[in-house]
Design a protein around this ligand. Structure first.
Ligand code: RET
Length: 238
């Protein structure tokens, strides 16, 4: 893959390529930050911060390839994108579960969230890459799964557990809920900019990659920092 870069070049006006390079570097730096901070935390929080690092690390590796792919073909690396998401989004569900474990979260909550996220991503991939003529329909199904996730963490079982946990955990849970409601909403917007559907006449077309790259940086690094902050606060309290 890396060889491809030698036969292509990035133009100074290639802002999409720019966001792939910056995204790659940001994910690498964030991973180093999370991994190197691990020793300062006690055992209870170490796993959560480790998972934050794994999320940005998995993204860094995919961005490394996506960056090359874009440079070589000037085309969306949809395949790598969804491989990345199908690994990292379930890990984000795991983060919710890990912090709620203090309030007695059960693994069935974890599996429910993972199942919903996989449905959301597989149907999104079908609409974007396999059946682009019915992108609006697949996007809708994906959106339903997304809303069930939003419901679950804001009003469902997860929110009840967060309230039971109280304190720092409740505060962190609330911020993560906002990430999912606002930060994750950038993805369906990017999807609508990149595919054809009833929405195209309303919002037009745009760079799906710029939208996804910005959203990934906000959500993966920001989400990780919330967990990191929770670990720092809980550490200093004891
Ligand atoms: C690190 C990657 C993350 C947090 C990816 C999140 C992706 C989504 C929330 C994608 C959602 C989509 C819809 C809600 C509808 C259209 C298709 C998707 C897959 C873009």
């Amino acid at each position: 893959m890396s060889n491809l870069l030698t036969i292509s070049r990035l133009l100074p006006t290639d802002y999409v390529g720019f966001t792939f390079f910056v995204g790659c570097m940001a994910m690498m730096a964030a991973s180093a930050f999370f991994f190197l901070s691990l020793n300062q935390f006690d055992k209870k929080w170490r796993t959560s911060v480790l998972v934050s690092g794994l999320i940005t690390f998995i993204a860094a590796v995919h961005y490394y390839y996506m960056r090359d792919y874009w440079a070589a073909f000037q085309e969306s690396p949809t395949f790598f994108r969804y491989v990345d998401w199908v690994l990292t989004v379930p890990l984000m569900c795991l983060e919710f579960y890990l912090i709620l474990k203090v309030a007695g979260a059960k693994t069935n909550l974890l599996w429910k969230m993972i199942f919903l996220s996989v449905v959301m991503l597989v149907t999104g991939y079908l609409g974007e890459a396999v059946f682009p003529d019915s992108a609006a329909l697949w996007g809708f199904i994906s959106g339903v799964a997304y809303f069930v996730i939003v419901y679950e963490i804001w009003l469902g079982e997860a929110s009840k557990l967060a309230k039971a946990a109280g304190g720092n955990v409740l505060a962190a849970h609330k911020i993560l809920c906002w990430f999912v409601l606002v930060g994750w909403a950038i993805y369906p917007l990017g999807y609508m900019l990149g595919t054809d559907g009833w929405y195209t006449s309303l919002i037009g077309k745009g760079s799906v990659d710029v939208a996804y790259n910005i959203a990934d940086a906000i959500n993966k690094i920001g989400f990780g920092l919330v967990i990191y902050n929770l670990a720092v606060q809980s550490n200093t309290k004891e």
